[in-house]
Design a protein around this ligand. Structure first.
Ligand code: ADQ
Length: 743
């Protein structure tokens, strides 16, 4: 369907696909380099898009061999000219450690939720990083403005951020083909933060199912503290779109093979004749421990033992294509499967009947189509699978047929294909019963279920899937989306210093926690270091410069820590209380307050604190706060939202405000906010004064909003902001301040 994209993807928007493998692999056969085609849904889905956009596909072509460079290089040139395939070369030493090591020995088992199979070798992480950098560099070399970049799968999780770092405006999408596990499992990874940050470099991130997306959202909350919405998350001022987008197959192609290909029809009759009088079960898998092949063979053995009537009447055809044979776990699996097949055939086989027909090789599509259409039942039983295309291919070959699909509830496909018979592949007894049920199902029920399944598979085919992804990426990155969430630049330290030097009066307003110093799990642990105190002292000694700490903390902490730096202004409780630079006494921004509300609100907070172990109540002079940094991230957020709703109802119409900050809910006077403090300090300043304000959370936004536009307002860390600039960490803040104190 090459014309399907006309008008949807503008022709100036070229598609750059990047995946570990290219659709072609270079192989050296009898002294000559040849191309071997790796087919599959992805290539087929992408072909029309690539044509329409004159796109490029970047990937690894397979290892080079010493002394054979020339022929290979010529082949690569032909690939690029003919197909737009660009080879990304990776040195053999790196490629092994990257692909077989980190990608397949660490990430593959981990993301499929098999933590005990995960192998951690720190060196393989370095190779993974290195290889990802090579893919990212290759994309950057080719990248033109307006290109749409689409990165694929678990081998390239760092690529989006690596591209973003060098091309902040690039339009980047990422699709994860395999599952995303529960956050409890994902958190095991030592490199969890880097991987999540790597993915979040994208503009749009898509998963196979809502379940995987949900797990990802939990992980970014627990690991990075990032709250997200169902469909998006804010990262450093950018919006990253999140979606579930189940991949489809090229259903037209399978349909055509099944119904219009003579060879397939002939093979199908041959198979039917050969197994005449017997029911055929078909299973097609990559030889991988996630696919549940030994479990299936054991279940089949149990069935034949338990139901003698089916002996001689049913045959399981297991097609298994060897893969990743250099990874030890796969060699073990290969042995185990061969042994089990031997056992079942040895125990139950007869001269006329072989219970399991085992084909350990790749078979071509025509043969697959013949097998799918000849089979009475497809037994798709992965222990965990991102989607599982075999289930969909079987359905596509069963149009007007009445085969039955047995589908593991742990395959992503189970979310979509509700009319299949669901199985739990770990449950041998239950699965054996389901197989019998499938074999005995009445024709009407079979046809009814299959018709519904067929429609679903045809509707969401591979082309639709690719189209949806590209549409999502385009919407996420079109001009409107981008201007709304434009990233804030990093301030230029030299320009800042020049502006500082050029004015005669200067004002520095600095938040404390998360800005001058790193956030701590327990607020009392955030005492300033001797270095920081010395830095603040130097700032107060600068001529014509007023420096103030503007904090939400109680007076006691701030006074204890900074009270003896005379020249330092202090504003606490968001400005309810102020000590002017050089003054000894504190004054209130407004006086004569009735504080009786505190008892009432404290009762509510006590109740919430009791249900969230690890949370604590802070009693300030003019405010109360409930801190929940140590509470389970998801539960904490939920409870905080409940608390905000409860208190907002209770305090409606009063002078009090309920503020949901960074892991804290605070109740204080609406007038006590950093905006008022800003106004207080700025009053009396000449218009041309130099003003620098830095802060890291929502309460600092009030500060930024009230300062003149010329002020140097700097947000520290993630989150949308009214500030003009952004820096990543308190260390950057201290570096900026240090620069002001240097000669
Ligand atoms: P895979 O783990 O490879 O893919 P799957 O979705 O089943 O799993 O795709 C396998 C493909 O290989 C199918 O197209 C099948 O026809 C073909 N195949 C399998 N055995 C074969 C054989 N012996 N001979 C020839 N062809 C054979 C990963 C994820 C999946 C996800 C896909 C696509 O693990 O969960 O569905 O990517 O996103």
């Amino acid at each position: 369907m090459p014309g399907a994209y006309a008008g949807k993807v503008s022709t100036s928007q070229r598609l750059l696909v990047v995946s570990n493998r290219l659709p072609l692999t270079a192989k050296r056969v009898s002294g000559r380099w040849r191309s071997e085609r790796s087919s599959g849904g992805l290539v087929a889905a992408m072909a029309p898009l690539m044509q329409q956009t004159r796109g490029l596909w970047l990937g690894w072509p397979g290892d080079a061999m010493p002394g054979e460079r020339e022929g290979r290089a010529r082949l690569m040139e032909t690939w690029e000219e003919k197909h737009g395939y660009v080879a990304v070369d990776i040195p053999p030493k790196v490629s092994r450690s990257f692909y077989e090591g980190y990608a397949n020995d660490t990430l593959w088992p981990l993301l499929h939720g098999f933590p005990t199979r995960v192998v951690f070798v720190p060196e393989t992480w370095a190779a993974y990083h290195d290889a990802n950098q090579r893919f990212a560099d290759a994309v950057l070399d080719r990248h033109r403005e307006d290109d749409l970049i689409w990165a694929h799968d678990y081998q390239l999780m760092l690529v989006p951020q690596m591209i973003r770092e060098r091309a902040p405006e690039a339009r980047i999408g990422f699709f994860l083909h395999i599952p995303f596990p529960s956050s409890e499992v994902f958190r095991i990874l030592p490199e969890r933060e880097e991987l999540l940050r790597g993915l979040l470099g994208a503009d749009t991130l898509a998963f196979q199912t809502h379940g995987h997306l949900h797990n990802f959202r939990r992980s970014i909350l627990q690991v990075l503290g990032l709250e997200s919405r169902m469909d998006s998350v804010q990262v450093e001022g950018r919006t990253v779109r999140l979606s579930a987008l189940p991949i489809g197959i090229q259903s037209d192609e399978w349909h055509q093979l099944r119904f219009e290909d003579d060879k397939v029809a002939r093979r199908r009759s041959q198979l039917r004749d050969r197994h005449h009088g017997r029911r055929l079960l078909i299973s097609v898998d990559r030889l991988d421990y996630t696919k549940g092949i030994p479990e299936r063979l054991r279940t089949f053995r149990r069935l034949l033992r338990a139901v003698p009537a089916w002996r001689g009447k049913v045959t399981l055809v297991q097609v298994a294509v060897p893969s990743r044979e250099r990874v030890p776990a796969y060699a073990d699996l290969r042995r185990e499967v061969s042994e089990l097949v031997g056992e079942v055939n040895g125990d139950f086989g007869t001269p006329e009947w072989q219970p399991v027909v085992y084909l350990r090789r790749s078979v071509n599509k025509q043969e697959l189509a013949a097998l799918y259409s000849a089979a009475d039942v497809a037994w798709v039983g992965p222990l965990r699978d991102g989607m599982n295309l075999v289930a969909k291919e079987y359905i596509a070959c069963q149009h007007e047929g009445d085969g039955v699909l047995l589908l593991s509830e742990f395959a992503g496909a189970a979310q979509e294909l509700g009319e299949a018979l669901r199985i739990n592949p770990y449950d041998e007894v239950g699965t054996a019963e389901a197989v019998v049920r499938a074999l005995e199902m009445e024709p009407d029920e079979r046809a009814e279920r299959m018709a519904a399944l067929h429609e679903r598979v045809h509707e969401n085919d591979a082309v639709r899937w690719a189209e949806r992804f590209i549409d999502g990426l385009r919407t996420a990155t079109d001009a409107a989306g981008r201007t709304l969430h434009r990233e804030r630049p990093t301030p230029d330290a030299e320009a800042l210093r020049e502006a500082f030097d050029a004015t005669e009066r200067r004002l520095l307003l600095l938040d404390y926690d998360g800005t001058l110093t790193e956030l701590q799990a327990r607020p009392q642990d955030a005492a300033p270091s001797a270095h920081l105190l010395a830095l603040l002292r130097r700032l107060t000694e600068l001529p014509n410069t007023k420096t103030a700490i503007v904090s939400g903390r109680a007076r006691s902490d701030i006074e204890r820590w900074f009270g003896d730096i005379d020249g330092l202004g202090l504003a606490v409780e968001h400005g309810a209380l102020i000590r002017e630079p050089g003054a000894a006494a504190w004054s209130m921004l407004r006086g004569g307050m009735d504080l009786s509300w505190k008892d009432r609100v404290r009762t509510v907070l006590d109740h919430f604190a009791a249900s969230a172990p690890g949370s604590l109540i802070e009693d300030k002079e003019y405010a109360l706060a409930w801190h929940y940094r140590l509470v389970d991230a998801e539960f904490g957020e939920w409870l905080a939202n409940e608390l905000v709703t409860t208190l907002e109802n209770q305090l409606a119409g009063t002078e009090l405000a309920v503020i949901h900050g960074n892991k804290v809910v605070e109740i204080r006077y609406a007038w006590a906010n950093k905006g008022e403090v800003a106004a207080h300090f700025v009053a009396g300043f000449r218009r041309k004064a130099f003003v620098l304000a830095m802060g890291d959370d929502r309460t600092d936004e009030d500060l930024f909003a009230r300062l003149p536009r010329s002020a140097w307002t700097i947000r520290v860390g993630d989150g949308s902001t009214a500030a003009r600039f952004r820096v990543a960490t308190p260390r950057d803040v201290r570096r900026i301040l240090r620069r002001l104190t240097e000669d």
